[in-house]
Design a protein around this ligand. Structure first.
Ligand SMILES: [Zn+2]
Ligand SMILES: [Zn+2]
Length: 277
């Protein structure tokens, strides 16, 4: 069984390698219309018959290669990891930022890079919106109670305090987050990822202070996150993690002097084991 599997893995990785090489050659084949000279009806027919590439593989390869034509750093990543990995950032990378994105693309999975790129865009050019009005229909008694609670604070300050409402921290007897705290944390965002602007289901709980450093289950520093944002957190790429998620920002590079960085390096090596930090 092992032998069969190993053989499959070896052939598979060779197949992937050769397909990547094909993708790299495609733009030039398209430009010189070599497919026509060789009697094929289109580049798609050429790539399908000769390399088993699908139409969407060809489109992706041509589109990405065209976008990064002047960015050798990203071409190198493609040689190693294929065109797909570079796709999320092909439009975003400039000549100046190409090496930055190449570094991210070689460290991250495609999903992680997609999420990082989306948040990066949002952070660079956040919409013009500075406030948002929410209309609520409340039972008069509830409305009255709410106004009383608010007192003379402005609504923004009041709502922030309300959202950060205290559930007491507990020393960590086990690595398992106690159900009471788990529920309180998940309730804060209704089971949705806490990362600003993300609306994916929260799949994992994250100790912003890292359990390995601070073995407490403090609900104010535990956050429900989707898988991608949880991974970005352990790439040490989120700043202000000790504050509430609305103040979180993406980092361009991890702070290697932050003790969390060491913990995260270790965590990512054991990413297949169950989550503890
Ligand atoms: Zn975590
Ligand atoms: Zn998320």
């Amino acid at each position: 069984m092992e032998k069969l599997h190993e053989e499959f893995v070896r052939y598979g990785s060779n197949a992937k390698h050769w397909l990547r090489q094909c993708a790299l050659l495609l733009p030039e084949i398209a430009r010189q219309e070599i497919w026509r000279a060789k009697g094929f009806g289109s580049i798609y027919e050429y790539a399908a018959k000769l390399a088993g590439m699908s139409k969407s593989q060809v489109d992706t390869a041509l589109w990405v290669m065209n976008k990064i034509d002047d960015k050798p750093e990203l071409k190198k990543v493609i040689e190693e990891k294929g065109v797909n990995i570079v796709r999320p950032i092909a439009n975003l990378a400039t000549k100046e930022t190409a090496s930055f994105w190449a570094e991210k693309a070689s460290e991250m999975s495609k999903h992680e890079l997609e999420t990082y790129a989306k948040d990066y865009r949002q952070q660079i050019c956040p919409g013009a919106k500075t406030t948002e009005t929410i209309e609520m229909s409340l039972d008069p008694a509830v409305a009255d109670q709410l106004k009383k609670m608010k007192g003379d604070r402005d609504w923004n300050t009041f709502m922030k305090e309300l959202m950060d409402g205290q559930t007491k921290p507990e020393p960590a007897q086990t690595k398992q987050v106690p159900t009471r705290i788990k529920n309180a944390v998940r309730a804060r965002t209704n089971g949705i990822c806490s990362y600003p602007g993300c609306h994916k289901p929260a799949e994992e709980l994250h100790h912003a202070n890292r359990q390995a450093i601070n073995p407490t289950h403090d609900p104010n520093h535990i956050h429900a996150l989707c898988k991608s944002h949880h991974h970005l957190a352990h790439h040490s790429l989120i700043a202000n993690e000790n504050k509430q998620p609305r103040e979180w920002r993406l980092l361009k590079h991890p702070d290697k002097f932050d003790p969390k960085y060491q913990v995260d390096q270790k965590f990512r090596r054991h990413v297949h084991a169950s989550h503890t930090p």
